[in-house]
Design a protein around this ligand. Structure first.
Ligand code: B12
Ligand code: SF4
Length: 504
């Protein structure tokens, strides 16, 4: 590419929004590199598809044509490693002289795994600065051995450098590439030379990085432990920078109706929120959603956000059993904190509340499940429940806990964590076959719908004697969930149109 130092090819797996990769593209471009970003397949948690040979060959062909300085693979999650491994192996075979680099949350936790597979480098944590430094050194054929965050092999041994070159003032990373400069989208055995996110109806943005909580089933606490002691883990952008990004998005996305904030926990510092709300109302005013936590919810903050367009809050509750939350999940909110947070969400006028639960896992007894039922009864309506199973993610605290408590052996745990992709996603949606567990699960599901709630309440003293009726009610709940989904999407679009009219 004339005028640029060299080409770098980045690969995002199963994620056409791929924020991390978009930040990397922006950083590399700012430093004079030409960047080709490949969105390798879209995300589908219901029917995840393994990469086909054709799709892998399409990617390899791009690698051979572009002759990049290196190929950077973004490995966020272990759940689709089956495809990642196939892709890396084929790239190394069909373009053996190409340098390969891995990064992303999973690669940060397990750099050795990739080095042992033959990947040349792994960069841990924020990649913007280390990746540009590595590119400069490789281009100039200079020594890279001391670069912070870099991992590589030396004389057969893995060298894992300390994490560094991380900014606390994350505005300085700049804005992510909203429209990639040389994007390719590989899906269904076809290659499209355009940025797939531009035609979508929603935009995903992060106002902060990191999470202050310590849930045992999530990698956030483990990623935090890897950070250097003097480096802040939870870092917030300025409201002005977030608004500047969204202003560009509004101009570029012709079909935009909605903004998702993908912060682990949406910022709730009063001064930040005031500035954000003022500017968002004035310049963006599109409906938006956030993720939050019972300990982070504040009614006054929510009211301000609702005034600016907040219409959906998704909050993890995970279990109604205080024992499961505290001793197994390492979540320290009380029953009252949870009920109170749902009251605040309701009274602040949030249109849609979604509460996540992880049920029917090996740590949970029927008593725990019953406690979930009785806690859900106390939550302030209306709400949507997202009921999932528990995925054991490599390196998380709950994995070692399960092995130490003898719940699974280490070798079985490895089979579970590195199972084929379809099995892992099945575990996410899985339901238990035990009849009593199934009955409580069905009753919990029905609590979302006031008419079904009245009926299941009659059975709560003795659900096992009403299995047939519960099955019928559960089927009704499933149908209602589908109808509710259409209603929700319709309302979001209508609100968006209303907001656009108001701004004119
Ligand atoms: C937001 C988010 C999502 C969003 C994605 C939004 C988006 N637009 O990309 C959504 C909701 C779609 C999502 C989905 C899923 N997620 Co998610 N997600 C996150 C979260 C909370 C933040 C990620 C993020 O955007 N960070 C901000 C950006 C700027 O940072 P980043 O992506 O880490 O990228 C930086 C560095 O990692 C590095 N980097 C990244 N790629 C590369 C590549 C190279 C070559 C280099 C050098 C560096 C590098 O540089 C980037 C810039 O600094 C993380 C938690 C976390 N702390 O990572 C979980 C997390 C990554 N997700 C996780 C999971 C499990 C999933 C799902 C599988 C969930 C599911 N069951 O369906 C899917 C998989 C989606 C996919 N295809 O990857 C797990 C992964 C753990 C694991 N072992 O699998 C995490 C760690 C959370 C957890 N539960 O522990 N997720
Ligand atoms: S609150 Fe969410 S993002 Fe934070 S540690 Fe818990 S599960 Fe992870």
């Amino acid at each position: 590419m004339s005028g640029s130092k060299a080409t770098i090819l980045l690969v995002a797996f199963y994620n056409i929004k791929a924020l991390g990769v978009r930040y990397l593209e922006a950083a590399l471009r700012k430093n004079g590199y030409h960047v080709t970003t490949v969105f390798f397949k879209d995300f589908n948690s219901l029917h995840p598809e393994l990469a086909t040979d054709t799709e892998i060959e399409q990617l390899c062909k791009l690698v051979r044509e572009k002759r990049p300085l290196f190929v950077g693979f973004s490995v966020m999650s272990s759940m689709y490693l089956e495809s990642v491994d196939k892709v890396i192996e084929r790239v190394r075979k069909t373009a053996p002289l190409t340098t390969t680099v891995c990064g992303g949350a999973f690669a940060t936790m397990f750099p050795e795994r990739f080095l042992d597979m033959g990947v040349n480098f792994v960069i841990r944590a924020d990649g913007e600065i280390p990746m540009c430094r590595l590119a400069d050194r490789l281009l100039a054929k200079e020594d890279f051995s001391q670069l912070p965050s870099l991992c590589y092999k030396k004389e057969g041994e893995n060298v894992i450098n300390e994490i560094g070159d991380i900014l606390t003032e994350i505005d300085e990373y700049g804005l992510p590439a909203i429209e990639c400069s040389d994007p390719y989208y590989i899906e269904q055995n076809t290659v499209q030379h355009s940025d797939p996110q531009l035609t979508t109806m929603s935009y995903e943005v992060i106002a902060s990085r990191g999470c202050p909580f310590t849930c045992s089933y999530c990698c956030c606490v483990n990623l935090r432990r890897l950070f250097p002691k003097d480096t802040k883990y939870v870092r917030t952008r300025s409201a002005a920078s977030v608004i500047a990004e969204l202003e560009i998005v509004k101009k570029k996305f012709k079909r935009l109706v909605f903004v998702h904030f993908y912060d682990e926990i949406f910022p709730n510092q009063p001064g930040w929120v005031d500035e954000f709300v003022r500017e968002y109302k004035k310049r963006i005013h599109l409906p938006f959603s956030i993720w939050s936590h019972p300990k982070a919810i504040r009614q006054d903050t929510l009211e301000k956000l609702v005034d600016a367009g907040l219409i959906e809050v998704t909050m993890g509750i995970q279990s109604g059993s205080e024992h499961i939350r505290r001793d197994i999940f390492h979540r320290y909110e009380s029953q009252d904190d949870i009920v109170e947070s749902t009251r605040m969400i309701r009274e602040a006028g949030v249109f849609w509340a979604s509460y996540d639960f992880m049920l029917q896992h090996p740590f949970e007894s029927i008593e725990d499940l019953k406690e979930t039922y009785f806690l859900v009864k106390k939550l302030h309506l209306p709400f949507e429940l997202q009921l999932h199973g528990l995925n054991f993610l490599p390196g998380t605290d709950i994995v070692s806990m399960a092995i130490e408590q003898g719940i699974v052996t280490e070798s079985r745990m490895n089979e579970i964590m590195y199972a084929p992709m379809s099995e892992q996603f099945q575990a996410y949606w899985k339901q238990e076959n035990d009849p009593e567990s199934q009955a409580w699960y069905q009753m919990i599901t029905c609590l979302q719908y006031p008419d079904l709630r009245k009926q299941v309440e009659q059975f709560e003293d003795d659900p096992m004697n009403h299995k047939a009726q519960l099955e019928v009610l559960y089927q009704k709940a499933q149908k209602k969930a589908k109808a509710r989904d259409y209603f929700k999407k319709g309302r979001f679009v209508l609100r968006s149109l209303g907001s656009r009219m108001k701004l004119r």
